[in-house]
Design a protein around this ligand. Structure first.
Ligand code: RIB
Ligand code: CA
Length: 321
């Protein structure tokens, strides 16, 4: 089994990525760290604690809380996409997690675990890169002991989703994104160029609805009801926003690319992230060269294999069909 640490701004697609990772026989989720992004970091932590203890009640992975604001910018959240609580519901409509988060901050966990298991940890980052940048600043040697990093972020040959050119994670904390892109670590970037080819349609979701329950009722600790309500909200937003009756599976694809690395093909390049102005958060890929370290950038995806992994790892086990 491959040890993974998930650094997340636990909104709807991050939640599906947690379910996919924890249900995957190939993966061992060692810890989750949270970062402000889709919603406040406190809500990300509550959502991560709740989901992990429902999925693995006997020995859930620990959750460590990270940055509540980006390195430099003011926090921008996306409750219109993920709901006020990050999982498609109003505040206070989900149960309180039964265990506390770790006292240790996220950026310390991100370097302590690779030091404990050198060369064994894959870090999957699906939120703004504030925690990862802070971990690099405070203990690059520790971070460099990660086997590799898989990061959902950026947009190169497709429009952005936060304004016309920026992807949300890079927009929220462009300075952190640039620090990570320049780190020289083994990084695979999973940008909108490929994640927008992986969607969960309303039709497929409703096909599993048998046990999804009513999206309006308080879901309690029923994972099917929690995820159905979250996905219902997420897909309704997309339908209103773009007419697409589906939700983008951004973060689940990042996890799927660790389960099955051949699901994406990648090129390499040096990534520049625009720090501010009208193009804040925009990402450019430059040819490898003396300008700085390069990263792998996923350019195509096997969407059929992704759909199979999503069905096996999330939809069937959650909705029971
Ligand atoms: O741009 C999409 C990314 O931003 C996803 O990770 C989503 O959860 C948000 O964090
Ligand atoms: Ca995310």
């Amino acid at each position: 089994m491959k040890k993974v640490v998930l650094d997340m701004d636990t909104g709807v697609d991050d939640a599906l990525a947690i379910v996919l990772a924890m249900n995957a026989p190939e993966l061992d989720v060692v810890a989750i760290t949270t970062v402000a992004g889709n919603v406040s970091v406190e809500k990300c932590t509550r959502n991560s604690l709740l989901l992990t203890e429902i999925l693995q009640p006997d020995d859930p992975p620990p959750v460590a809380e990270g940055a509540s604001t980006p390195l430099v910018k003011q926090l921008v959240t996306a409750p219109e996409v993920h709901g006020p609580d990050g999982l498609g519901g109003e505040l206070g409509t989900l149960p309180t997690p039964s265990r506390p988060r770790l006292e240790v901050p996220a950026h310390e966990v991100l370097t302590a675990l690779p030091r404990e298991c050198p060369g064994e940890i894959t870090l999957v980052a699906t939120g703004p890169l504030t925690n990862v940048a802070r971990a690099l600043r405070e203990d690059r040697t520790g971070m460099a002991l990660c086997e590799r990093l898989v990061i959902m972020g950026g947009a190169f040959g497709v429009p952005g989703n936060t304004g016309p050119v920026a992807e949300f994670n890079f927009y929220v904390d462009p300075e952190a994104a640039q620090i990570v892109m320049d780190s020289g670590l083994d990084i695979t970037l999973v940008p909108l160029d490929v994640t927008t080819a992986t969607i969960l349609t309303r039709e497929v979701l409703e096909g599993y609805r048998g046990t999804g329950g009513d999206a309006k009722r308080r879901p309690g600790r029923d994972l099917g009801a929690i995820l159905y309500r979250a996905l219902d909200y997420y897909i309704r937003y997309q339908l209103k926003e773009s007419g697409l009756d589906a939700g983008y599976m951004h973060d689940p694809l990042a996890v799927a690319s660790v389960i099955e690395p051949s699901i994406v093909t990648a090129t390499t390049g040096r990534v520049e992230v625009v720090p501010g102005g009208k193009d804040r958060g925009r990402s450019f890929a430059h040819p490898p060269g003396p300008g700085g370290p390069e990263v792998r950038i996923a350019t195509s995806v096997d969407a059929r294999t992704f759909a199979r992994l999503l069905g096996r790892g999330v939809l069937s086990p959650t909705f029971g069909l």
